[in-house]
Design a protein around this ligand. Structure first.
Ligand SMILES: [Zn+2]
Ligand SMILES: [Zn+2]
Ligand SMILES: [Zn+2]
Length: 838
């Protein structure tokens, strides 16, 4: 029944309302003036009748009579002509003033949609003035229906205008469905235009558009042996973000910069409750969701590759011991494994909390300006790479072959690795620059950060991937509503919201560009000053940076050669571990036994102590095993190590630092969940309080670790000064307690300068603080240059897009005879002008 009604709306009613609605908007000056009731005269047909429709307006409820007949004009058409919208496709019992529907639509883009509250308020308000809705059928359901299909009508009009404009557009597009056909068609038309500059006026067709005539103005350039116009991105992408995709000429960027930068993120709070069955299929005409078929196709593709015989064989050949660089990658296997494990651990909790949902997350691709490009709804949280891959593939389908893409994602290193390993997106690999988003960098090993961090690797300018967070935040109020709404309503609502957000973003584009240029300039000044203060030459600094990257992304030395040394170090580390766990257990016991502990503190300590004790047992076991395995030479080495105060302290410092890093990272993951908590529902709030407490409770521990570490650094500096340390020994830098929790990319916490074995003649990037600062400044300056070139390209793209839109619009206006459509085009023109003045 519902299904049939939806079908009727979509196929039989909405298409016939487009024209009357456009006329209504024109006649009432966009609802500024009241629409007179426009019912037709009753027809002579045998089945003709009058039906009574209850009309709800802002200031009254009234009853009107509308002629109804299955053969003649629809009731809906008569109502729309009168500024009203029906609650049912054919025999509505109620109609709502379009002004009210328009108002509520705008309201629901700014607050969480709540039909019940709206209808109760309305009934209460009009009721207080003596108006009542008669009958048993509640207002809410009928109102919700009217609103839903009114929105469909609005979007159908937008789609109609868009398609009219597209017939007047010239220029070669990428990936749009009709590309091939359109190109051929335009060629034919160009010829026609040249032969007859002024064509006789054809009669308008039903949609009110005359046979589209191409503009000859700009075309003149492209004929007669002049170079072909530059290929453009698809109309879909151009309309998502003109700054990124609007160019009509080839974007000119600094060498090595990707043509566009996009970021991808998944949001696990946008779930959907598992309902019995789905609501009627209703999809936004300009949807941003990639179709489930395409997603499925990619999933199958990924599965097939992973399970192929070649894949199994190569997995078999892999030896777990040897570190190496996998083909095509820049970071060794050991580092990538580290990143992978770190994120796996963090995602474990998300997986377990995904019961009772049929859709478990939302993933989106956004541009740096905050426009949404594509969306995918995720039904599984486990292996999710195919969601990411399908978005990338769709993006590539929409951009010219010469364009490259900078891709920011929280585990980009792992996605690139799979792509290289299994051959996903093989045809596009050369055109992708991979980067991890700044806010997720802390989860990655240092060796990965020097290659993937957008501040360190070439091409990303000052873009950091933060827009994803902003975009999720902008739709956070929809979480509760979309969780319980019907499956298709959820998608439709999200589509509408993102369209609205994109439009707002575009209106602010000019301001955005100016702000970013200012920011970039001030950062450039700061970096320049810093570079001058270090007094280093940029040539040397660049060389040193290249050396640093090469050294820090070297695979770990072969295990065998290292075996003796590692065994000794490992023993030492394990001893230290046992000590640390003993200390932790003792601390927790103190909390449990103290009379001053609060109950919640005690409860948490009780929880933690179980784990700490288990860890201690494990640490003791592995230490015993390790000590047993040591041969006589290793034992001697160990003894030697224990006798050297400097070496002992250095080993101590290293294990402290490793432990500290581990703790900080764990804390940051927890905090991350907390910072994203605005995405969460109330029910999960309690869990957050719990997390916040847990984090605060652990902070003293972390600060203690840092103090201990700093004390060791002092001692080591002292020993070096007194020549009681090996030659070439470097004192490690202390950790700044203030910024300890930032985990910024250049924090001392990441690097083990002075803690590794001694190297004869340590390189400048390792031991010279000026050089280290200089490298940072040079990298920042490079990013600023990239940013400037990108901002200039974006400004140009926006201008080119605007010109194109403007001429297309002018051409369309010239050819349009229907008043309703003309009015819509004028509205578009007003919008463009507003954009232009911003
Ligand atoms: Zn009739
Ligand atoms: Zn953009
Ligand atoms: Zn990584």
């Amino acid at each position: 029944m519902k299904e049939l009604q939806a079908k009727n709306w979509l196929e039989k009613v909405i298409p016939r309302l487009v024209q009357p609605y456009m006329e209504l908007m024109q006649k009432t000056e966009d609802l500024r003036r009241a629409a007179p009731l426009g019912m037709r005269a009753r027809c002579e047909c045998t089945l003709s009748q009058q039906i009574t429709v209850l009309v709800v307006r802002f200031d009254r409820i009234e009853e009107i009579q509308v002629p109804y007949c299955t053969k003649c004009e629809l009731v809906a058409v008569q109502l729309v002509r009168s500024g009203l919208f029906p609650c049912a496709p054919f025999r509505p019992s109620l109609a709502v003033d379009i002004k009210m529907l328009d108002f509520v639509t705008r309201l629901f883009l700014r607050v969480s949609p709540n039909h019940t509250a709206w209808c109760n308020t309305l009934e209460d308000y009009l009721g207080s003035q003596g108006y009542h809705v008669h009958g048993t059928d509640p207002l809410r359901r009928r109102f919700a229906n009217a609103l839903m299909w009114f929105n469909s009508l609005q979007n159908a009009v937008v789609a109609q205008v868009k398609s009219v404009l597209n017939t007047f557009r010239i220029g070669q597009q990428t990936g749009d469905k009709e590309t091939a056909g359109r190109a051929a068609e335009s060629e034919r038309e160009e010829k026609e235009i040249r032969t007859s500059e002024v064509r006789p006026e054809p009669l308008g067709d039903s949609a009110g558009i005359e046979d589209p005539k191409r503009r000859a103005v700009e075309n003149a350039e492209s004929h007669d042996g002049l170079p072909e116009p530059a290929p453009r991105a698809s109309e879909y992408l151009r309309s998502r973000c003109p700054l990124c995709f609007g160019s009509t000429t080839t974007p000119n960027l600094n060498n090595g910069c990707p043509t566009v930068v996009v970021c991808v993120d998944a949001c696990f709070t946008h779930k959907h409750n598992d309902q019995n069955g789905r609501d009627p299929r209703r999809i936004h005409p300009d949807t941003m969701f990639i179709s489930p078929d395409k997603v499925q196709e990619m999933e199958d593709h990924v599965e097939a590759r992973r399970n192929s015989r070649d894949a199994k064989r190569s997995r078999h050949l892999e030896s777990p011991d040897d570190d190496h660089i996998e083909p095509g990658m820049k970071v060794p296997k050991s580092v990538l494994d580290g990143c992978g494990n770190s994120f796996e651990a963090a995602n474990g909790t998300a997986k377990s909390r995904a019961k009772g949902f049929d859709e478990r997350a939302l993933a989106g691709m956004f541009c740096p300006h905050g426009s949404c490009l594509f969306l995918v709804t995720m039904s599984s949280v486990g292996e999710k790479q195919h969601y990411i891959l399908v978005m990338l593939q769709t993006l590539f389908n929409g951009i010219p072959d010469s364009w490259t893409v900078g891709f920011l994602y929280d585990v980009a290193c792992q996605v690139e690795r799979s792509c290289r390993k299994w051959g996903f997106l093989a045809e596009y690999m050369e055109r992708i620059v991979w980067g991890v988003s700044v806010f997720h960098a802390y989860g990655h090993e240092w060796g990965c950060q020097v290659v993937y961090h957008p501040r360190k690797c070439k091409g990303f300018g000052l873009c950091d991937g933060e827009t994803c967070e902003r975009c999720w935040h902008a739709i956070s109020r929809l979480i509760a509503y979309t969780r319980v709404a019907g499956y298709y309503i959820r998608l439709y609502t999200l589509d509408s919201q993102f369209h609205f957000n994109n439009k707002q973003t575009l209106l602010n584009a000019g301001t955005w560009l100016r702000r970013k240029l200012r920011q970039c300039e001030s950062r450039r000044r700061a970096a320049k000053g810093e570079l001058e203060r270090t007094g280093q030459s940029t040539t040397i600094l660049r060389e040193q940076w290249a050396n640093q990257v090469a050294s820090q992304t070297k695979p770990l030395p072969r295990q065998k050669k290292q075996a003796a040394k590692t065994a000794v170090e490992e023993t030492f580390r394990l001893r230290k571990n046992v000590e640390l766990y003993e200390q932790r257990v003792a601390d927790l016991e103190a909390v449990l036994l103290s009379n001053y502990s609060r109950t919640d503190q005690r409860a948490m300590a009780g929880e933690d102590i179980q784990k700490a004790k288990a860890d201690l047992v494990k640490a003791r076991e592995s230490l015993a095993k390790q000590e047993k395995s040591l041969g006589i030479p290793e034992r001697r080495q160990l003894k030697h190590l224990m006798e050297s105060p400097f070496l002992t302290k250095r080993m101590n410092a290293l294990s402290l630092k490793m432990r500290l890093r581990e703790r900080l990272r764990a804390r940051k993951f927890e905090l991350d969940r907390l910072e994203r908590s605005y995405r969460k529902q109330r029910s999960e709030q309690r869990l957050d309080d719990h997390t916040r407490d847990a984090i605060q409770r652990r902070e003293p521990g972390i600060t203690n670790l840092a103090s201990k570490y700093n004390k060791l650094c002092d001692d080591m500096t002292d020993l070096i000064r007194r020549h009681q340390a090996p030659n070439f020994a470097i004192a490690p830098k202390k950790i700044d307690r203030q910024s300890l929790f930032d985990l910024d990319v250049d924090e001392e916490i990441w690097q083990d300068v002075g803690l590794d074995e001694d190297i004869d003649n340590p390189p400048l990037w390792l031991c010279n603080e000026e050089v280290r600062r200089g490298i940072r400044a040079v990298l920042e300056l490079d990013r600023c240059d990239e940013e400037t070139s990108r901002l200039q390209a974006q400004r140009k793209a926006l201008q080119e897009w605007f010109m194109d839109e403007w001429y297309t619009l002018e051409a369309a206006l010239e050819q349009t005879r229907t008043a309703g459509l003309q009015h819509q085009l004028m509205l578009r023109r007003k919008y463009l002008l507003k954009l232009y003045t911003n």
